[in-house]
Design a protein around this ligand. Structure first.
Ligand SMILES: C[S@@+](CC[C@H](N)C(=O)[O-])C[C@H]1O[C@@H](n2cnc3c(N)ncnc32)[C@H](O)[C@@H]1O
Length: 208
């Protein structure tokens, strides 16, 4: 791939995967050159975390989900510059991607790093983590698969814990307690000495 001028833009665009049909689950064989375990970064932002994970684990596939055009573009550029063939981005809404685009039992790890907090009570309905979201995550995960969450928002975190504790389909684990890779927002919060809450949920049952 070319790394300069117009060719670079064309090549970076090719990192974004645009589904031909948004009403069918994604064909992973069409997205990645190799069949491998799949990790999905929900709200991948500028792609720093996704591309670091993909570099660290070349034997796994990584899909970033992001709705903002500019961030999708940054993420695609990072993936291109790192010459990664195991990472792609889809520009789509998180809940839709999890519910309708991820094939059932296809994802080994979902990452939800610093989801938009919507701290005002009247805006909290915009938060992505809901009971329906958790049910959709369950459908898309392999048995034993994980959802890793990090947030700086204490009340959002308590709500996530409350919803997770009510679900018999998951157990809470601490396998995400000290992540090796930091996302852009994580770096920002660490620099500001802001407390970060983390949780990992493991799918224990395939019963829906
Ligand atoms: C606070 S930023 C965190 C970015 C990145 N995960 C990190 O930790 O650096 C949240 C990101 O999620 C994206 N996002 C929020 N809600 C979304 C949704 N419903 N669908 C797709 N992307 C979403 C935002 O555009 C933004 O890039």
């Amino acid at each position: 791939m070319q790394h300069n001028g117009r060719n670079h833009i064309v090549a970076a665009d090719a990192i974004e995967f645009v589904p031909a049909d948004y009403f069918r689950p994604l064909s992973l064989a069409e997205i990645f050159p190799r069949t491998a375990s799949l990790e999905v970064d929900l709200g991948c932002g500028d792609g720093a975390y996704l591309s670091a994970l993909a570099q660290q684990s070349p034997d796994r596939n990584f899909l970033g989900i992001e709705r903002l055009f500019g961030r999708v573009r940054s993420a695609c550029h990072k993936i291109l510059h790192a010459d990664l063939t195991n990472a792609r981005i889809v520009r789509v809404e998180i809940a839709y991607a999890v519910s309708h685009l991820c094939p059932a039992r296809s994802v080994e790890v979902f990452h939800l790093m610093f989801p938009d907090p919507w701290p005002k009570r009247r805006h909290s309905r915009h938060r992505v983590f809901t009971e329906e979201f958790l049910a959709a995550i369950h459908r898309a995960l392999t048995v034993g698969g994980r959802l890793r969450i990090a947030t700086d928002q204490t009340d959002y975190f308590r709500e996530i814990e409350r919803l997770a504790a009510r679900s018999p389909r998951f157990v809470m684990t601490d396998d995400h307690a000290s992540p090796v890779v930091a996302s852009t927002f994580e770096v920002r919060f660490r620099q500001g000495e802001i407390e970060i809450h983390r949780l990992s949920l493991r799918k224990v049952s395939d019963v829906t």
